[in-house]
Unconditional design. Sequence first.
Length: 719
Amino acid sequence: MSASAGVRRRSFFKLLGGGIVMFVDLGPLAAFAQDATRLYPEDFNAYLVIGENGRVTVFSGKIEMGQGVLTSQAQMVAEELGVELAAIDMVLGDTDQCPWDMGTFGSLTTRMFGPALRAAAAKARVALMTLAARKLGVPEEQLVLKDGVVSVVNEPNRNVSYGELSRGARIAQVVDQKAVLRAASEFRVMGGSPQRLDALEKVTGAAKYAADIRLPGMLYARILRPPMHGATLTRLDTSGAEKLPGITLVRRGDLVAVLHADPQAADVALGRLAADWRRPEAKVDPESIFDHIVKHSGEPGNLVNRGDLAAARAGAARLFETTYQKGYVAHAAIEPHAAVAEIKGGKATVWASTQTPFPTRDRLAKILGLDPKNVRVMTPFLGGGFGGKSADGQAVEAARLAHITGKPVQVAWSRSEEFFNDTFDPAAVVKIVSGLDRDGRISFWDYSVYAAGDRGASTFYDIPNAQIRLAGRTAYDPTAAGASVHPFAVGPWRAPGANMNVFATESQIDIMAAAAAADPLAFRLRHLTDARMRRVLQAAAAAFGWKAAAAPSGRGVGLACSMDAGTYVATMAEVKVDSVTGKVKVLRIVCAQDMGIVVNPDGAKMQIEGGITMGLGYVLSEELRFSGGEILDRNFDTYDIPRFSWVPRIETVLVKNDNLAPQGGGEPSITTTGAVIANAVFDATGARMFRLPMRAERVRQAILGASLEHTRRPAAGFD
């Protein structure tokens, strides 16, 4: 270990006073650290501390935003260490106390950081058993462990607790991930669904979010925003605001703000600012954006290229050439962005609603001209993130204003600011050309995706000739080439890109199944040798009560499957469509997932249900209205997120697979929602939907188009 890491260990013991500390080599996480060992060697170790009182403190750079990782991480440690869940104290998202972490996104907490935590607890258990054997004077094989107490086999009164073993100890060990972990058959805490550790705080309203932080002398900031992205300030009259008592006015480059000890007074002052703006020409809108994306995304590059595509296309009995589209989608988290910043004694402390405390720390350090060691970011609970709380503009604003004014500052975005400053899920286009041979098998697959990226783009079906090409794959990086494709900032949105790619892929598979007059499930199974996916599909079908029939059958049922975050997903749905209005009502959804070992079954089911419910939004209603850089949707009166009345009966199936380490659970279920509902709409009406969201008017027009097409279409066949 590096010298700086040794210093960190000594400092940690000085702070702690003693105990047993496990330092964890993060292993595969280092790949995400961008040379974190060189930049911040003191942050390259995770800590698991067993104190002299027997309590276990876990330090994790991950954050809790409703997904339940506060509890599931504690379960993993309790299981491997052999203590009760009640003995665990969790410290999350504090850059001064926790190990370096890239952020909480991508369904990575359990599958990537979980092994490090489990290894730390397992190694600590070994160290404690060695100490216990020495203290009790017996070989380790004669010891038994239960709830943090080690006793001699058949002599329960000869025992010693973890707290007693830690008392006066100053033991530090570095853990790699080769520690022997408990098998699923031995689990007592993992695999169960205890009450969430944050449940009482959440239901009583005691939980603290960034906007709840109050500091002595704190000022509330209100910031002047442009009327549209790309607008330039040409005139500013601040005299009206400056006349108000107690107002602090800041104008520093692009930052114009009024601050006051009373938030209502700050609101009044903001309204007194008179500003003129030069607005750029609006060159794109929700209808023209798709051609714009294809034109400006650059030449697609190959992700997959196998077989002889040209020969397969020439020999295909049936060709299917389609284009799929999806508009911009807002994150629309119920909690708007907020941050409180204080700079005192050369150190900045920031409380922020952020998914990325460590990258935020580094960003703030650069802006403030401070060493990262002198910037501390703490993350209270988040009221939803979905990838949208990664850019952290509000934390930057709060820190800049605190630095300028010399006082603690809170920046809490209004709902209008939340929409305006969002990093939207990008609009995207997918073009597919595919073919069937004369036996009704898929013979080739030519797939081009613009602006959605590669997540969910690869196919797991057995297709001998396939080409998958990506254009604009850097759309989520605002500094990368191709970012100018979009008229405003874009970024990751729950399962980024996969929602679009799975919608396109599974719709295209359904189109070919219908052309082959095949049952959609049987058609998929015919093209699948992946045993895991077959098992998940069959589990979903059994729970749903799937009855074989070619679509459109008029029943309004559909299916879709995907692989995401290491998890296999199969979803089936039943819908009812009003053929006059085009309104879609989702009646029932069954979702089966193989996510390896399930740490917390109720938590996993909640994530499945939450993903599906959120997915109803991007499928049925959510599409940002804009004109160039002007954001026209600024609140929930015009931007429709799912309502309770939309939520169907949802049934979850956790397909047992204890031979596989835990996989991602926060995002997979949302990936299939678009395709499964679109396929069910086709089964109900014969109308194929190629654009999301499937608003009622679009569905109505598709039904009319399908009716006209049916009157002109010859009988299906391969001749």
